[in-house]
Write a protein that binds this ligand. Structure first.
Ligand code: MN
Length: 291
């Protein structure tokens, strides 16, 4: 079994565009290759959007060198990008966007959700790409709620939604560049569960809400805490103390240099300069291919 290496948490609340509150759970700026292949996680909401006729959200911006994964629990987002990808992402849906060589997009509340307003909650995860794939064509995977296997656990122990990777032979729909598990999990209080993780993998556990005890750890994991597990050992065992919603991530580390600046994550400084140069010259508006 893997053991708890440390708990990472950020008590401050910020805003990203019109999304507030936002917990900036972790980023490569603080944790570097410790969390590879994952780069960043933001927890947007739970918050309330007041009814509005404006297009609220995050205005147009570029990305290069990695993937953004948006998991919506409440509310609805409208997406439109320069590769022609787009659509509505509602509760239960996931958008897996491979920015790779470059994308320009905006992330705004849908007109329908904006009209009524209401509670929103989502997670946005950034997943790094191997150096060899950073300049691939952009790609957009829209994963609908009904495409994501929801495994009901025995004896009322909750459920696991397999977004990427595999749980008990149930395969998640997301196509990834390196092996990883991305699970959206709910487990009620007082249950013990084991989740799959390879020896040598980076394994993270982010609590949206609830309280969990990880096997042999001295501390409990509380809401908005993230557990970073040891690379050694395989699988993770934990017991819930309260009803708990969490995101479970386990992936093979890339172990390549990380050089990030704003919306770009490359391997070195000159590649970042090239990204700004390409953006200035309009290359982000003409992606090499689109789906
Ligand atoms: Mn974005």
């Amino acid at each position: 079994m893997k053991t708890l290496a440390f708990i990472h948490s950020n008590d401050s609340r910020t805003a990203v565009g019109d999304f507030s509150p936002v917990v900036s759970v972790f980023s490569h700026y603080e944790l570097g290759n410790t969390i590879s292949p994952f780069l960043l996680l933001d927890h947007l909401g739970p918050g309330v959007l007041q009814p509005t006729r404006l297009r609220k959200g995050v205005s147009e911006h570029p990305h290069r060198g990695f993937e953004t994964v948006t998991i919506v629990f409440k509310g609805e987002i409208e997406h439109r990008d320069s590769s022609g990808g787009g659509g509505l992402i509602g509760a239960g849906d996931v958008q897996w966007m491979t920015a790779a060589s470059g994308i320009l997009h905006e992330e705004v509340f849908s007109p329908e959700f904006s009209k009524t307003g209401g509670t929103f909650e989502m997670l946005q995860l950034w997943v790094n790409l191997p150096a060899k794939d950073k300049l691939n064509p952009a790609r957009y995977q829209s994963l609908r709620e009904n495409q994501i296997p929801k495994i009901t656990l025995n004896q009322g122990a909750g459920y696991i939604r397999v977004i990427a990777g595999e749980y008990l032979q149930h395969q998640g729909p997301a196509e990834t560049h390196t092996p990883m598990h991305v699970f959206d999990v709910f487990v009620p209080a007082g249950k013990t569960l084991t989740l799959p993780a390879q020896e040598g993998s980076t394994t993270l556990f982010y609590m949206r809400s609830g309280r969990v005890h990880i096997l042999d750890a001295d501390e409990h994991l509380e809401s908005q805490d993230m557990a970073v597990m040891s690379n050694k050992g395989s699988d993770v065992e934990f017991t819930t103390i309260q009803d708990s919603h969490f995101l479970y991530l386990s992936g093979q580390p890339l172990n390549e240099p990380i050089y990030g600046k704003g919306y770009f994550v490359m391997n070195n400084y000159s590649e970042i300069l090239q990204a700004y140069e390409d953006l200035k010259n309009g290359h982000f508006l003409n992606p090499q291919s689109s789906e």
